[in-house]
Ligand binder design. Structure first.
Ligand code: DX5
Ligand code: ZN
Length: 220
C-alpha cells in the first residue's frame, strides 16, 4: 500500500490549518513537516510551536523530517508538540544510536534519511531498529527541485533488505515526486511518497494526490 505525505513546506504558511485540512480531505495519509536549522541545510523553516498549533486540527500522522545538525536536542520538544514519527539524517552530527533511542523512548516511530551523495548502505547497521528509511531524491533544503532518478538503486537496495530480512520497513522518497516520477519510485519499492509542490502547487489537492497514487500503480 502506497502512502502519500504532502510536505507542508510548499503550503501557504498564512493558512496552514486550511492547507492541512485540504490534504487530509484529499486523501493524504501523513503530513510531512520539514524542520530546517539554517546550518544542516541553507534554509530555515519552523519549530515545535507550529507543529503543536496544528496538532489538534487534524488526524493526519505527523511525519517530522529533521534537517538539523543536532537532532538529539530537539527530539523531546517535537515529541511534546505532537510528532508521530521523527526522521533524522545520517549526515547530521548526531550520535545515531542515542538519537534512535531518544525518539523511541518518546514512543515515536523512527526514521533515518540519506542525502543524495550518501550511500544507503551506511544505514545497514541501524535498519533493524528503524520504522522508516528516507531516500532523498533532491538535495535537501528546498521544495520544487527536480527528481534524481539515479537515487532509485538506493530504494531498491532498501526494499531488497526489507524483503530478505522480513522487516516491515517503510521506504520514503522525498523530492521531486509528482504524477510522473511516482511511478519509478514505487516500482523501485518506495511506499511512502512525499510530495510538496506537486500537491500544494495544485488547485485541487485531491486530484493531485490521486494522480500521484495512480502513477504509483494504486487504485485512486
Ligand atoms: C526538501 C524537503 C522536501 C520538500 C519536497 O528538503 O525535504 O520535503 O518539501 O518538496 P517537492 O515535493 O516540491 O520536491
Ligand atoms: Zn522532507
Amino acid at each position: 500500500m502506497i502512502q502519500i505525505a504532502p510536505s507542508l513546506l510548499s503550503a501557504d504558511f498564512s493558512r496552514l490549518e486550511q492547507e492541512t485540512a485540504d490534504v487530509e480531505a484529499g486523501g493524504a495519509d501523513l503530513l510531512h513537516l520539514d524542520v530546517m536549522d539554517g546550518h544542516f541545510v541553507p534554509n530555515i523553516t519552523f519549530g515545535p510551536c507550529v507543529v503543536s498549533s496544528l496538532r489538534d486540527k487534524t488526524k493526519l500522522l505527523f511525519d517530522v523530517h529533521f534537517m538539523l545538525c543536532d537532532p538529539l536536542s530537539y527530539v523531546a520538544s517535537f515529541a511534546k508538540a505532537g510528532a508521530d514519527m521523527i526522521t533524522f539524517h545520517y549526515e547530521s552530527d548526531a550520535d545515531v544510536q542515542k538519537t534512535i533511542d531518544a525518539i523511541k523512548s518518546e514512543g515515536l516511530k523512527v526514521g533515518m534519511a540519506v542525502k543524495p551523495r550518501t550511500d544507503a548502505a551506511v544505514l545497514a547497521p541501524f535498519l533493524p531498529q528503524l520504522d522508516m528509511a528516507l531516500v532523498m531524491t533532491v538535495e535537501p533544503g528546498f521544495g520544487g527541485q527536480r527528481f534524481m532518478p539515479q537515487m532509485l538503486p538506493k530504494v531498491e537496495y532498501l526494499r531488497r533488505w526489507a524483503k530478505e530480512n522480513r522487516r516491515p520497513l517503510w521506504i520514503q522518497v522525498d523530492g521531486g515526486i509528482d504524477a510522473v516520477t511516482a511511478k519509478a519510485a514505487a516500482a523501485a519499492g518506495a511506499d511512502v511518497l512525499v510530495a510538496g509542490s506537486a500537491v500544494f502547487g495544485a488547485q485541487d489537492r485531491c486530484q493531485a494526490i490521486r494522480a500521484i497514487l495512480r502513477s504509483a500503480g494504486e487504485e485512486a
